[in-house]
Ligand binder design. Structure first.
Ligand SMILES: Nc1nc2[nH]cnc2c(=O)[nH]1
Length: 382
């Protein structure tokens, strides 16, 4: 006689264990991309400005070139297009009749608004780094990201997240990677009211873009027909978001480059480059590719965890970047002293706290699933 087989015990558990494992792998992978992107960008930027003979320019000229930097931050998005098509399409769920998909116009508006925000923060970030110290820019940004996450994404803060934020703030306040782009000093430029405005707007735009991107993934992209309309998050969304947003940002930066007349300076820059034009082009290509690596990692973490976590990881990369810059360049007075070692420790602790919180959340999810499975089995046996 054939035995009646009830629902296989632990079936949900096995698939949950598998999906949690995949989730952890993607979190570590995206974190690695952010760290790699941040490090390469800073190393190449330093190389670029060292080679650029900045000190030979007049003070005005030293604050130029920021539209070019903004353009480079966004322009290499086409390298992601083949990857987008290689990744498998998500399956569409069969029960779609009742699902309301967001209209095309909403998706378009999302990409347009994020593209403009990204172009704003790319341009002003390039400028802000010339005016104000990293130690002020970065903590301000993390505080704003926390506020936006609380109000826009309804993120619930707990003690582990708060401790992680405090460690990150401390680490970044004491650990600015050396930056050879800083103009040869004129204090009035650095701390004037203009400098403070230039600090506030890119940090605002960056923080806002993280929260809106998270909202866009959850409320718009995950509900579209092409992603199954099932609220499932897949990596393809990251690539789609990055490609369309960077496309808009690139257009805005191109307009800025031409309207400001900065494009006329490109020839002079390539001629000034100490190692010659080939190295000039190679360093710009390297920078553009590194920015894409960074952006995919950042958006990947926004998708799989949150905008706040993505910002924490991005900020925690600074001490590592500072160490790499010390090893790669011989800038005067730049060493990896006790302050930076402390900052590195702060970053490690910040990440440990956040990861501990994520681990606890995932464990709780699994326990709830176990409980539900057990209840279902018991009621079917009764
Ligand atoms: N505003 C801003 N722009 C960025 N572009 C790359 N990183 C950053 C950042 O931390 N802040």
């Amino acid at each position: 006689m054939e035995e009646f087989q009830g629902p296989e015990p632990g079936r949900h558990n096995t698939s949950e264990i598998r999906s949690q494992r995949k989730w952890w792998i993607s979190v570590f992978f995206c974190g690695f991309l952010i760290l790699t992107g941040d490090s390469l960008v800073m190393l190449l930027l330093n190389f670029y400005y060292v080679q650029n003979n900045r000190s030979e320019n007049d003070q005005y000229q030293q604050y130029r070139g920021t539209w070019t930097q903004a353009l480079i931050q966004n322009v290499a998005f086409p390298i992601l297009i083949p990857l987008f098509f290689i990744l498998p399409k998500p399956e569409t769920v069969s029960d779609q009749t009742n699902t309301r998909h967001p209209p095309f116009l909403r998706v378009l508006l999302l990409y347009l608004s994020l593209g403009v925000l990204v172009s704003v923060y790319s341009k002003l970030y390039a400028l802000a780094r010339l005016y104000v110290g990293w130690g002020i820019l970065v903590p301000a940004q993390l505080i704003l990201t926390s506020l936006f996450s609380a109000f826009i994404n309804r993120l619930k803060f707990n003690r582990w997240i708060i401790i992680s934020i405090i460690f990150t703030l401390a680490a970044d306040f004491f650990c600015a990677p050396a930056f050879s782009g800083t103009p040869t000093e004129d204090e009035s430029y650095t701390y004037g009211i203009k400098a403070w405005l230039i600090l506030i707007f890119p940090t605002l735009a960056f923080s806002l873009s993280l929260s809106l991107t998270q909202l866009g993934f959850e409320r718009v992209l995950a509900k579209t027909k092409r992603y199954g309309g099932s609220n499932k998050k897949v990596f393809r969304m990251v690539l789609e978001m990055q490609i369309f947003v960077s496309f808009v940002a690139t257009l805005v930066c191109l307009v800025g480059l031409f309207v400001s007349g900065e494009f006329k300076e490109l020839k002079g820059e390539s001629e000034r480059f100490k190692k010659g034009r080939t190295y000039y082009s190679l360093s710009l290509v390297g920078l553009a590719l590194s920015w894409q690596v960074w952006a995919v990692g950042l958006l990947g973490l926004v998708l799989s965890v949150s905008g706040l976590f993505a910002d924490v990881v991005h900020m925690c990369a600074s001490p590592v970047v500072a160490l790499l810059v010390v090893l790669a360049f011989e800038f005067k007075d730049d060493d990896f002293g006790w302050q930076r070692r402390g900052a590195l420790l702060g970053s490690v602790l910040a990440l440990a706290c956040y990861f501990y919180y994520l681990h606890k959340t995932k464990k709780k999810e699994m326990a709830e699933l176990n409980k539900r499975d057990n209840n279902n089995n018991n009621s079917e046996e009764a």
